[in-house]
Design a binder for this molecule. Structure first.
Ligand code: FES
Ligand code: FES
Length: 160
């Protein structure tokens, strides 16, 4: 076991674990951040998506020892149930969740796009979101939610 210092959603954490423990397990089991989900464990579904240094990362494939000083972002860092962030509100407004299992990963993949490309085209959104799967088939609502969030972020503050 080794102690790793992680910066998650702006807060520092020390975790004592094996170097090859997936970041997903650390988030869920050590830090009680249960937004990111275990889907396939093989890098194929995107349910475990978080951001690492602002880029989407499949946390089931990221050994904790490789994180280093890179900041980790999870869906919990974007807002709270009583004060959802822009992306979370857009997913609520579009009723994008059916079972909800994929949604935290979808939101974090979208967050990594909007951080880098503030005004994405529909084609860019579609391409960027392709890596994440939704077994309930709400992809069209998910794409609309990302569009809605991008539009809301592009609007000058105070304008509805
Ligand atoms: S659980 Fe990580 S990609 Fe499926
Ligand atoms: S809403 Fe069920 S997997 Fe996406």
């Amino acid at each position: 076991m080794t102690i790793y210092r992680l910066r998650v959603n702006g807060a520092e954490h020390a975790v004592d674990t094996d170097p090859d423990t997936p970041l997903l397990y650390v988030l869920r089991n050590e830090l009680a951040l249960n937004g990111a989900k275990f889907g396939c464990g093989l890098g194929q579904c995107g349910a475990c998506t978080v951001t690492l240094d602002g880029k989407a990362a499949l946390s089931c494939l990221v050994p904790v020892a490789s994180v280093g000083a890179r900041p980790v972002g999870t869906v919990e860092g974007l807002g709270r149930a009583d004060a959802p962030g822009v992306l979370q509100q857009a997913f609520i407004d579009e009723q994008a969740a059916q079972c909800g299992y994929c949604i935290a990963g979808m939101i974090m993949r979208a967050a990594s796009l909007l951080e880098r490309v503030p005004a994405p085209s529909d084609a860019q959104i579609r391409r960027h979101m392709q890596a994440n799967l939704c077994r309930c088939g709400t992809h069209m609502r998910i794409l609309r939610a990302v569009r809605r969030a991008a539009d809301a972020l592009a609007r000058p503050k105070g304008k509805a």
